[in-house]
Design a protein. Structure first.
Length: 65
């Protein structure tokens, strides 16, 4: 899966369990942009929801360690 730098940054916050508003504040973007970005990431990764995505990303991170 090829994610942009911004999508990768968003995923780091997602793994930490932050909600869209918290992510938007940290990244200085709108909550709508966060939601749209998460939808795009879900498509790219083939995951069904943000929980599944966070699990997948956390799993891949643990394998890399």
């Amino acid at each position: 899966m090829k994610l942009t730098n911004r999508e990768t940054e968003l995923c780091k916050y997602l793994i930490q369990g932050l909600n869209n508003r918290e992510i938007s504040n940290l990244m200085h973007i709108s909550s709508h942009t966060v939601k749209a970005s998460i939808s795009e990431i879900l498509k790219k990764t083939g995951t069904k929801n943000r929980t599944h995505l966070a699990f997948l990303l956390g799993w891949e991170k643990s394998i890399e360690m």
